[in-house]
Design a protein around this ligand. Sequence first.
Ligand code: KG4
Ligand code: ZN
Length: 338
Amino acid sequence: MRVLGIETSCDDTGIAIYDDRLGLMINLLHNQFDLHSKYGGIVPELAARSHMKKTVPLIERALMQSGCDVKSISAIAYTAGPGLMGSLLIGASISHALSFSWNIPIIPVNHMEGHLLSPMLEEKKIEFPFIALLVSGGHTQLIEAFKIGSYKLLGESLDDSVGDAFDKTAKLLGLSYPGGPSLSKMAKYGTPGRFKFPRPMIKSSDLNFSFSGLKTYTSNLINKQEKDFQTRADIAYEFESAVIDILVIKCKRALKKTGLNRIVVAGGVSANDSLREKIKLMAICCKSQVFYVRPELCTDNGAMIAYVGMLRFKERKPSKLNIFVSPNWLLSDLKSIK
Ligand code: KG4
Ligand code: ZN
């Protein structure tokens, strides 16, 4: 079985082909950094227009470079939500058109389930149940995963997502978009201990997060300080450390509360090497296993969509004219696979 995965939920056009015997055959990405960087954030209308231009040529390139004949594709999996309505609709429309003309079934995939299961692209033996920390540009969630499609939300951010906090803080520090990787790079030059940052909600016994206060604190600090490189690097270091401490503390609490000893960390922010390292250390202390996917598959990609499409192949539908997208599709609304 061979699935073509199409990801267009936000600002990355991701196309991949996953084969149940051969694994990931190809994974191509067109990011829109240049398009949005001058605005310091994603402009939804521009994102949708770019998906419209790039998706079909990228599919053609994926088929050519992988040497796959169209006739060997068993189904098309596309991201149906959550995400930006315009961007989702482009991927969904192209997927439906192809499924109709190639006469193969179509599978709508939840983007967050894509992230959650992405470590299985490389590590097939992640046993359920486990805890998942999902950290992306739109979400910060702790999930208890019982089996594929059966997920319970344990806690989430009450305001900004952690990726958004990284991006906005990076912008205040004068760094390029997307801010997370640039801030993390700058933090490597920071001197620990020059500034003291708060760690919101670490004392509350629940598993929720809050990052907007930390963002305001950082903004006020930046306004009061000199703008030289070292000062900005010191602020970046302390901001990153505060965010990572909060995430690590809440993961540890989630493991303790549920009694589980496996944790998956996924989503764009899980590419952050300091976060990966600190969660690894925490997991060793808690006698737990931690699973990541390699950094380039942490951010949005077609591989995770093709993979989940393959797992959900049984739910495939013949292509119809009514297109399903759901910009706020919740993980807890998914059906589990029998
Ligand atoms: O999962 P993702 O690609 O898109 C969404 O589903 O939202 O996540 C994108 C987010 C952005 O906020 C980006 O700044 C952040 O992931 N990010 C990082 C790093 N790489 C990407 N944040 C911190 N450190 C990184 N190395
Ligand atoms: Zn994502």
